[in-house]
Design a protein around this ligand. Structure first.
Ligand SMILES: C[S@@+](CC[C@H](N)C(=O)[O-])C[C@H]1O[C@@H](n2cnc3c(N)ncnc32)[C@H](O)[C@@H]1O
Length: 582
């Protein structure tokens, strides 16, 4: 029976109603039905992106039409593909054909299981699993956060490298594997995944040696061409293609390669070259002088974070709706029709680009950061999104008052807790805020990060360096540590699944964490009036059940009580709006 268009509409209404009542599982199930009934429907994709983001979904089974819908959603321009990653990986590992490889990996002992899974997957028997469109969409568009899937992918990568290295040395039969179309397609998708997660998978010393041999083989090619695809892909599975001496030759010869490899070269070499150019052109307002800022800058120069691929743009000019729960009508009106906005510590630009759209084309948005590599990425993405009212500059936010500029709104998310003295950073921002201006801050919660704090302390005690090798090794130990409660929890965090995320989460050179009394003192010390937290509907509903009087929403002692009972409430940081001195 064919579904009537109204069925999708009805499911969407159900999904929205369930979300508003704080029932995410019900909302997701209804949203998925809507998407399956009307694949590619932009509002369903957008709603599901918001509902799924950051959620772990245990035991959710997908119908075939839902699998197709999720595959399409991963590639949809309105989607946040990362939101669909858990769903996609959960389905792949639970259901055949790919589920067979996952069971093989889980069945035998560690390592051996992965090898058995990879052997099956790359044999003709694994053809359907290898060519699964959901797998390709997940690998190309998102970062996998499922350890079981990672075990299979890690072993498959090893096998592909062996075959490419052997083929480069003329070994009989080794090239045959690469000649199979589904193998080459899978290898290209896996190389996208490796680029996205910054080569975070475990690597054995033998693999490191083989990667070196592959690099030697490539160095001998003055003009790489289609016949070199296995070695190009093998390198791209382990290292950034733009670091190859022949990187520019690859880019120049991209048309000679298959479309999948050409797309990989565009992303891995073309985009990185563009970011470097754009980053160099970002004006230097104020060079970092503070010692902690210099160390933080160096970390983000090496590992810009977060590297993102897609952004679901907010409604242009829709900023007042977001601020209305926190500010009186006259306070909002005083911010003007086109506010001057500062995004302090904009990183790779996601927040700044969304802000530039949300505050409307007439608003002037300035976004600053310490890291030129992050800014280069941000400028490229801003151009890609066609945002014209956003300027980027390099500056330490501590020095911003010297510019003598005032802003009606300041947003600073995930930044102040990385300063040596967050209170000094906040005072600097307040000095740049127009009288009665609005400020949005996001800061780490000590309670929500209690497990991260414990793991960080252990790693710091080990005195580990922050090289990719050391981070990979520490991460493997974390993923393997059965039974240690803090480690087991942290091992499920999305940041663990990319190298820059891992570094940001566990190896950051500077991290402060707050609690509600500390937050109250920080804000009061800077003369800011706390106006409330930005909350998921289910959190708002749970808080209202415990503290029914609306005024308590602005009472940080009530929040201290609530957070003690619900310690993971602020896993995504304290996200607060406050008002500056009049
Ligand atoms: C975790 S990232 C967050 C980026 C962005 N706000 C977001 O939410 O995606 C932290 C960023 O703060 C920047 N940062 C840290 N200290 C800073 C300072 N003193 N001045 C300017 N930027 C700073 C870092 O360079 C880094 O890019």
């Amino acid at each position: 029976m064919r579904a009537a268009p109204g069925d999708a509409e009805a499911r969407l209404l159900l999904a929205r109603a369930a979300a508003a009542r704080g029932r995410p599982a019900e909302a997701i199930a209804a949203g998925l039905r809507a998407l399956a009934l009307a694949p590619g429907r932009a509002d369903a994709v957008a709603l599901l992106s918001a509902l799924l983001a950051g959620r772990r979904l245990e035991g959710l089974t997908l119908e075939p039409d839902e699998v197709r819908a999720v595959t399409a959603a991963l590639r949809h321009p309105e989607a946040d593909p990362q939101a669909f990653a858990g769903l996609a990986a959960g389905h792949l590992t639970a259901r055949d054909p790919f589920g067979h490889a996952a069971r093989l990996a889980a069945g035998a002992g560690a390592g051996a299981g992965g090898d058995a899974a990879a052997a099956w997957l790359l044999s003709p028997k694994g053809r359907r699993a290898l060519a699964d469109p959901l797998l390709a969409a997940l690998l190309e568009r998102a970062i996998n956060t499922d350890p079981q899937l990672e075990a299979v992918l890690t072993a498959a990568r090893r096998r592909l490298l062996e075959a490419a290295a052997d083929a480069a040395q003329g070994a009989d039969g080794a090239a045959a594997l690469w000649h199979r179309r589904e193998v080459a397609g899978f290898a290209a998708a896996l190389a996208h995944q490796a680029l996205s997660n910054e080569f975070v998978f475990a690597e054995t010393p033998e693999e490191t040696a083989r990667v070196g041999a592959v690099a030697d083989a490539l160095a001998r090619r003055a003009r790489p061409g289609r016949g070199d695809e296995p070695v190009v892909l093998a390198w791209g599975l382990y290292r950034p293609l733009d670091r190859l001496p022949v990187a520019d030759a690859l880019l120049a010869a991209r048309a000679a390669f298959s479309p999948a490899v050409a797309a990989l070269i565009d992303r891995a070499v073309g985009e990185r070259r563009e970011e470097a150019r754009l980053g160099e052109a970002v004006p230097d307002l104020l060079p970092a002088r503070d010692a902690v800022s210099v160390r933080v800058r160096d970390q983000y120069e090496e590992n810009p974070y977060p590297r993102w691929t897609r952004l679901r743009l907010p409604r242009p000019g829709g900023w007042r709706d977001g601020l209305a729960p926190f500010f009186a009508a006259d306070e909002l009106a005083a911010l003007g029709p086109a506010p001057r906005v500062l995004v302090a510590g904009c990183g790779t630009g996601r927040q700044a680009i969304a802000a530039a759209v949300r505050y409307g084309p007439e608003a002037e948005v300035l976004a600053v950061d310490l890291s030129r590599a992050s800014l280069g990425f941000a400028v490229r993405m801003a151009r890609h999104h066609g945002v014209g009212n956003l300027r980027f500059a390099r500056a330490d936010l501590l020095d911003l008052p010297a510019l003598g500029r005032r802003f009606d709104v300041i947003e600073c998310s995930g930044v102040l807790h990385h300063l040596g003295d967050p209170a000094a950073g906040l005072r600097a921002l307040v000095a740049c805020l127009a009288p009665g201006g609005a400020m949005r801050l996001a800061l780490y919660s000590a309670r929500a990060r209690r497990h991260v704090g414990a793991v960080r302390a252990e790693l710091a005690a080990d005195g580990l360096p922050t090289t990719p090798e050391a981070i990979r090794a520490a991460r493997q130990a974390l993923l393997a540590s059965d039974g240690a409660p803090a480690r087991a929890v942290v091992a499920t965090f999305r940041d663990v699944f990319s190298l820059s995320g891992c570094r940001d989460l566990l190896f950051h050179v500077q991290e402060h964490r707050f609690d509600p009394p500390g937050l109250a003192a920080l804000l009061a010390g800077a003369g800011l009036d706390f106006r409330g937290f930005v909350l998921a509907p289910e959190t708002a509903a749970a808080f209202a059940r415990r503290f029914p009087e609306p005024a308590r929403r602005r009472d940080l002692s009530a929040w201290a009580d609530f957070e003690a009972r619900h310690p993971d409430t602020f896993a995504g940081m304290y996200d607060v709006w406050c008002r500056g001195p009049a």
